[in-house]
Write a protein that binds this ligand. Structure first.
Ligand code: URA
Length: 281
């Protein structure tokens, strides 16, 4: 791209494009090209032979020496099993929160600023489970406090419900994935073990799964959100209880695709109806 050819509005839209793709933080003044070869002088020093010896022909210039050992993947089936066992031993939400905060088995914790556990009223009739904290949530340590969370608040307000009174809100991930990337299946498996126990302990009357990632992870399906949304199902928990569960679009998707709000409104009406049937509203 020829930078000189950019009028200001193009630079603004380029910046917006970066933010939309999760590049929302500056970590240095200069961009670092990690694929760049070292400067010729450094490369020559690195391969210079002792005096008088014949220099071997380098096949290619040596790349920078790695600064750290290759990371060992932390998430493994054993870690998910450990998480399940730790979660099972928690008898209250407070204990579970403490256990999540102390858990070191998810590498996302290393890059996140905060553990984002929950917001709203524990024990509320509706529990909402989203995907993962974004930049605002990571900064403030609470789920759904950015623009998509504000939209979610307005949506529930339309059926007379608020997070101060009627909602308990969490995510399948307790730590923000760098750049808001989709969490890997291994990361999901570890955190979902805690989330399942979280639901058992919070005992909501109705569970709302916000977005495809949360819906697929909680319902253990590969079906997409377009097919899943608006359909009631029953989530079976490990303690033998079952919760009426409805997947719905993620509010961030609704911000990008406002025409889909009509379907989300139908989902909200279905939630309202279900709560009334259950005597919870
Ligand atoms: N998106 C989510 O799924 N969860 C949050 O907490 C914020 C944005």
């Amino acid at each position: 791209m020829n930078e000189a050819a950019h009028p200001h509005e193009d630079i603004a839209s380029l910046l917006k494009w970066y933010v939309d793709h999760g590049l929302d933080e500056t970590i240095g003044e200069e961009a670092v090209d990690r694929f760049a070869l070292p400067p010729p002088a450094a490369a020559a020093r690195a391969v210079s032979p002792p005096q008088g010896a014949v220099a071997p022909t380098p096949i290619r210039a040596p790349l920078q020496a790695p600064m750290v050992r290759a990371p060992v993947p932390l998430e493994s089936p054993q870690l998910a099993e450990d998480a399940r066992e730790i979660a099972r031993r928690c008898a209250t939400i407070a204990e579970l929160e403490e256990a999540v905060r102390a858990f070191e088995g998810c590498a996302l914790k290393r890059t996140a600023k905060n553990t984002v556990f929950a917001d709203g009223v524990a024990g509320a009739p509706v529990m909402v489970v989203g995907e993962a904290p974004g930049a605002d949530e990571d900064r403030l340590g609470k789920p759904f406090v950015g623009v998509s969370g504000q939209l979610m608040d307005r949506m529930f307000d339309a059926i007379g419900m608020s997070r101060e009174r009627d909602l308990y809100i969490t995510n399948i991930l307790f730590w923000r994935p760098p750049g808001n990337r989709t969490p890997t299946l291994a990361e999901q498996a570890v955190c979902v073990a805690f989330t399942r126990r979280h639901i058992e302990l919070a005992k909501p009357k109705v569970l709302v799964l916000a977005g495809g990632t949360a819906a697929k992870a909680m319902l253990e399906t590969t079906e997409g959100i377009m097919r899943l949304r608006g359909k009631w199902t029953s989530l079976k928990l490990d303690d033998g209880t079952e919760v009426p569960t409805i997947p719905t679009f993620h509010p961030a998707y609704l911000l990008r695709t406002p025409a889909s709000k009509r379907q989300s409104w139908l989902d909200l009406l279905a939630i309202d109806k279900k709560l009334k049937e259950l005597g919870a509203k």
